[in-house]
Every structure is written in structure tokens, then in C-alpha cells.
Design a protein around this ligand. Sequence first.
Ligand code: ZN
Length: 348
Amino acid sequence: MKTTLPTEPIGSIPRSAELLAAIQKFSGPELEPYYEAAVNDTIHRFEETGSPVITDGEQRKSSFVTYPLTGLRNLTSAGVVIPFKDGHTRQLPALASGPFHFGSYAVDDLRKAKRIARRTLKQPVVAVSALSLLYPATEIKGYSRAAFMDDLVRECIKDIRHCLDEGVHVQIDFTEGRLAVKLDPSKTLLKSFIELNNLVLSAFSSSERQRIGVHTCPGGDHDSTHSADVDYAQFLPELFQINAGNFYVQLSSEPDRKRALKIMQPFSQGTRRIFVGVTDPLSKRIETAKEIKDSILEATHFIRPENLGTTDDCGFSPFCDDVSTSRDTAFAKISNRVEGNTLASQIL
Ligand SMILES: [Zn+2]
């Protein structure tokens, strides 16, 4: 029996030099033509790769985590700091006062992309657990953490609901999952993150949750990671406690892929689909279609084709100013993923 494995990107594509220059110079409506041109070009190039599922390359997002904060005035810049292995850091904003609501929703970008795309779009959204880090360590007067969490959960449900209503699949970017084990090896933090995501997911029916996926990776920024040293055995079994239908798991850059696949094996059952990473956005080297085919066939020794899919390990530029990978390299890797996926599917 021939099985065509599903293959999907994670989301982001590096922004062009023109777009980044325009972001420095303009704001609001003046920036719109640049965003429009960037999305147009990105979707066109995505479709040329043959990828059956595409995104808008997150061209309009400031980052995978900060897009809902666009235009908000009740934030300070002094939030949680995320250290990466190469020494650089990213700092999240912090909430200064309540109430909290999204400044923009993922569906705003999705509706604009839908006007251009001819292939199936999927929409990445931020995880509720990532945004929970916005609340400062000291209580905000007149706006308790509990009140913030109520508002946040409601907004995250709305963010996903609006995208599902547009008929697309949704991917929750849960990059802080593996990091949580590094910050708190007792896994109390990870378990609280998972509970929070399940609270959001409980607002959806089981058939809707089949259209929702979760992406995990050790972070990907300026070709560096924040939690690749966390043992997958300490993390993956917990990850699969999330009540979603699809999982998008970084795998190609793991030092021991077979071990990671073995850990995932018992969780690859029922209607759950595990998309394993077969390209590494942090490496300049473009994996060949044959290499990708071989790594997919390796995965089928552990995960049955009906539970398997393929993806990239991460987005190619989760933060908009990360130009460590070129657009050409990103699309070359995606083209080879699609070709490798086809070659493997012909054998299965
Ligand atoms: Zn990622």
C-alpha cells in the first residue's frame, strides 16, 4: 500500500533585507505595502517548493511569541530573560498594569495570507504558557495573577478559535517546554505549563483538537539553542500529555535520533500524528533529498506511517531580526524535505 506521509513547515521564514529596513523606518499603514510584498513573495516561493502545506512565513510577526503584544501600552521591557548557548539573550516584555488583552490575533495575518495562497495554509500561534511569563514576579496592584491568567486563557482560546473558524490547522509553538525542564529539573514548571495548555485545549472538541498541533524544539535563534542539553527522556513523555492531535518534534539535530524515536514510539498510537524534524534550520548545510528519505525510513522503524509526518526542526527565523539563515537556504531545505518525503512515501 502506498502511503503519502504528510509534510509541513513549522512557520517562519527569514525576512528580506528590504522588509527589515522598512520595519526600522516605518510603522502602521506605511509599513503595510512592505508586509504585503513580503507575504506575496514568501507564499509564492513556498508554493514553488511543492510543500502541500505552507505558511505566510510569519513575515508580519515581530516574533512567534510577541505578535499578540502589538500596540499594547501596558508593558515594560524588563521581562523574563532567555539565555542561549552562544551567550546571547532574548528578553520578553513584562506586564505593567491590567487588564491584559491581545493587541493582534494570528487570524489577522491568516486572513491576509488566504487572499494570496493557493495551497493549504496552517497557522502557528503562541502557547498560553509562553505568555504566562509576562506577569511580573511582584503582584500588580489591582490586577492579580489569577485575574491575568483568566484574561490570558480566554484570549489564547480566542486566538486559536478564530484560526480554526477559517478552516485551517493550528500549531501551538511550545518552545518553552524543554526549557522548563532546564529551569526546573523537578518538572513542576513543565507540568504547570502542560496543565495550562490543556486548559486552553479543553475549550475545543476532540475533532477540533485533531486540527491542533504542538511544536517543540530547544529554541532556535541566531543559529543557537536554549535547551538542547535537556534529555528528551525527561521531556517527551510529558509533552505527549498535551491533548492535541499533532506533534511537531525537532529531531534531525538530535545527537541520537534513534534514542529519541524510541522514546516517542509508545506515544505514536491512535489518531495522534507525530511530525518529526528532518531538516535543521540552525545548520547552513542543505540536507539532500536522499539523506532526508533515509532519516524518514529510519523513523518508520519506530513510528508507523499512519502516525508519522515530517517537518523542519523549527522555524527558520522565529524572531523577525534573525537573519542567520538566508531565504534561499530556507527554501532549498524545504524543497529537499518535500522531495525526500516523496521518495520515502514511494517506498512505504
Ligand atoms: Zn521551534
